[in-house]
Design a protein around this ligand. Structure first.
Ligand SMILES: *Cc1c(COP(=O)(O)O)cnc(C)c1O
Length: 405
């Protein structure tokens, strides 16, 4: 049963199914078992410090490493074309691992001015307490990025397509400029998924996921992951997993790996349904504007075609009217939709939709002003509906929306 998967030559669907998995040599089970054990028997005294850990260290304790979590890490590394991957308890545990393991007092970090709200708040309110300086930059504006770079810039954090306005960042261009300035680049690839975008191939150093979303795909497990070089992932494992302790449970790793096996085929179906729904919305009299990277009307459609092999199924749309009309419609949709769930989160097989009012978001999460605020409002207006198109029939989703709009 000594089977060996050639990661270099296998296609993405084969990697999704078999990546990280080995049949159980004792039982012959074809599906992976879950190893829930928190501790492991050893041959005698072992090193008790994370600093003594090497690739040959046997399993000792699940916060250090666990076979089921390791299997998911190998699958995600294969997806991203990465040397290594470290999983965490949530996407936020993965994001905070990047910031708090790679930065120190006196360092400067550039964070996308529009990104996942909790990442915006973490970097704005918590990093400065540790003496880390933070700038927020519209990373679709290369001039703005260039002028924000400092001698002390150590890290650039990209979110593309950005949550919730679906604005894209050119990963290759920003990575080149960041590297010239001596900074590392991390990309939040949650929306695009590795089926759509492969940030490491475009020059990024680290790629991060909320595995709660498309990787899991079924809305029933929280998790996070960071993939990159062995050297960087080892730092995250030592500092963040072993010492901060926000590790993924083996049960969640098992669920997420089960979902991840179908990621490539799910993403094809997600894209097909999303495109049909986006076109329906674009032609609906109550809708003013739809932002979906797969629509030629997206302001960065050319970049989307270069950078995304799959346009995923995240879109936002704006209705005709003001913020009050948007809020009223949000209430109506929550009450009237029969198929689509009015709920936060994304990347599930169920369609999820929610309203995001611009003034509220700018007061709470994104403190953009001047040109950056103009760019935000160019996309979002007074507010937008963020729509994660699921795997239902496009026709049923359109009818559900049409009835409620
Ligand atoms: C959900 C999300 C996160 C945070 O992940 P959790 O698993 O909820 O902690 C980070 N980035 C993006 C883009 C997300 O959608």
């Amino acid at each position: 049963m000594a089977r060996k998967l050639d990661i270099k030559s296998a296609g993405p669907q084969t990697l999704a199914v078999h990546g990280g998995e080995k049949p159980d040599t004792t039982t012959g089970a074809s599906s992976p078992s879950i190893v829930m054990s928190s501790t492991f028997l050893t041959d005698g005294p072992e090193e008790f410090s994370a600093y003594g850990m090497t690739e040959d260290t046997p399993y000792l304790y699940t916060r250090w490493a666990n076979p089921t979590v390791n299997a998911l890490e190998a699958k995600i590394a294969a997806f991203e074309g990465a040397e290594a991957c470290q999983c965490f308890a949530s996407g936020m545990a993965a994001a905070s691992a990047i910031f708090l393991s790679l930065l120190k007092a006196g360092d400067h970090v550039i964070v996308a001015d529009v990104c996942y709200a909790a990442i915006a708040e973490l970097s704005r309110d918590i990093l400065p307490r540790f003496g880390i300086e933070v700038s927020y930059v519209n990373l679709s504006d290369e001039d703005a990025f260039r002028s924000a770079l400092r001698d002390t810039t150590r890290l650039v954090f990209i979110d593309t397509p950005s949550n919730p306005i679906i604005r894209l960042t050119d990963i290759r261009a920003i990575s080149r400029l960041a590297h010239e300035a001596g900074a590392l680049v991390a990309v939040d690839n949650t929306f695009a998924t590795p089926v759509g975008t492969r940030p490491l191939e475009l020059g990024a150093d680290l790629v991060m996921h909320s595995a709660t979303k498309y990787l899991c795909g079924h809305g029933d497990a929280m998790g996070g992951a960071v993939a990159g070089s062995k050297k960087l992932i080892q730092i995250l494992q030592g500092d963040a997993a072993i010492h901060y302790g926000g590790v993924m449970s083996p049960f969640n790793a098992w669920l997420i790996a089960r979902g991840a096996a179908t990621l490539p085929i799910r993403m094809r179906a997600h894209q097909e349904t999303a495109l049909a729904v986006a076109k329906f919305l674009e032609n609906h009299p109550k809708i003013e504007r739809v932002f979906y990277p797969g629509l030629p009307s997206h302001p960065q459609y050319e970049l989307a075609r270069q950078q995304m092999a799959n346009f995923s199924a995240m879109m936002s749309f704006r209705i005709r009217g003001n913020a009050k009309d948007g809020r009223a419609l949000a209430h109506r949709l929550a009450e009237k939709l029969d198929i689509i769930h009015y709920a936060v989160s994304l990347g599930h097989h169920r369609s999820l939709l929610c309203w995001m009012q611009t003034d509220e978001l700018l007061a709470s999460s994104f403190r953009v002003d001047g040109k950056a605020e103009d760019s935000y409002r160019h996309f979002a207006g007074d507010g937008i509906f963020r729509f994660s198109v699921g795997l239902e029939d496009a026709d049923d989703l359109c009818k559900d929306l049409d009835r409620a709009l």
